[in-house]
Design a protein around this ligand. Structure first.
Ligand code: UTP
Length: 292
């Protein structure tokens, strides 16, 4: 069988972002700015670094600023060009040149599984990746690139995973899995459960917002019934996929920030600002003046 290649990345971005109210009342969570760019741009850059050339963003009402962000901005560009601000002009242009971006709508926020299903026609019959834009992964090799490399070996669905401490597992999809003897970063999945009670969690291996899925997932998502929280859960669709195909967890190398949560967002801001090539040194010096 010929090797399947990953070319397309789906970004579910139609949620209501209630954890970040009031900031997200009229502004999409995915457009919240982390240091100097919106959350969704970090994800799109990661997908492009992983070799994706087609980006599919699942949007909803009130989310059109995302489309403007990735589009050309002729007035801004003309104004910067007239003032000879070439570095800024390059920044403005580069965002619109990142990849081919297509948008589709989720009419109602019925859950992550339903959001991914909205991309069915645009993805077609090929494996694809899913990135949740509020999970920011800071890694030497971009997280999705690591996962695409693993997919090239396994040709199976792969779920980004990390070990979380204690009761935190109740906030995630949880894997019942065993490490692959040949590649310890790969975890062979036996079962999975969305947001388990800590006492019932089969492991501390949580699913994070990075997935590579085979196209069979769509027929299973179509059959979903509401799961945890009354939502159509992607985890339930992947659990159904397990009956037909192998599914792996993948312990990625890197550090994840849940930037969809206020505390996680603050931590990500400080860590990424400290690492920022231009802003970092001054920010570090300023931070040191704080009597903490
Ligand atoms: P989250 O659960 O983090 O997003 O979903 P949310 O529902 O917007 O946030 P809270 O919990 O109310 O604060 C992860 C990603 O999935 C998308 C969200 O936009 C987010 O990027 N999502 C979620 C959808 O596109 N549709 C949905 O029905 C649910």
């Amino acid at each position: 069988m010929s090797q399947m290649k990953i070319r397309k990345a789906v970004f579910p971005a139609a949620g209501m972002g209630t954890r970040f109210l009031p900031a997200t009342k009229a502004t999409p969570k995915e457009m919240l700015c982390l240091v100097d760019k919106p959350l969704i741009q970090y994800g799109v850059e990661e997908a492009v670094a992983a070799g994706c050339t087609e980006i599919i963003i699942v949007t909803g009402r009130g989310k059109t600023t995302m489309e403007d962000h990735f589009d050309r901005s002729p007035e801004l560009e003309a104004s910067l060009a007239a003032k000879n601000k070439t570095a800024l002009l390059e920044i403005a242009r580069s965002v619109s040149k990142l990849a081919k971006i297509t948008y589709t709508r989720q009419p109602e926020a019925l859950g992550l599984g339903h959001a991914v299903l909205m991309a069915k026609e645009l993805v077609g019959n090929e494996p694809f990746c899913v990135l949740l834009p509020d999970d920011i992964v800071d890694a030497t090799t971009p997280c999705m690139k690591q996962m695409v490399e693993a997919f090239n070996e396994t040709q199976s669905s792969i779920l980004g995973s990390e070990v979380v401490a204690g009761d935190a597992i109740q906030n995630y999809g949880c894997l019942d899995c065993t490490p692959d003897p040949k590649n310890p970063r790969l975890l062979a999945v036996k079962n999975m459960v969305e947001k388990p009670k800590p006492s019932e969690a089969p492991s501390q291996n949580a699913i994070i917002g990075r997935y590579i899925l085979t196209p069979r997932i769509f027929e299973l998502l179509e059959k979903l019934t509401p799961g945890a929280g009354g939502e159509l859960q992607l985890t339930d669709g992947i659990k159904a996929l397990l009956q037909f195909e192998k599914v792996y967890g993948f312990s990625y190398e890197g550090k994840r920030h849940d930037a969809g949560d206020k505390q996680g967002f603050l931590r990500a801001t400080v860590e990424l600002a400290l690492k920022h090539e231009k802003l970092g040194p001054d920010f570090r010096a300023w931070l040191k003046t704080f009597p903490l």
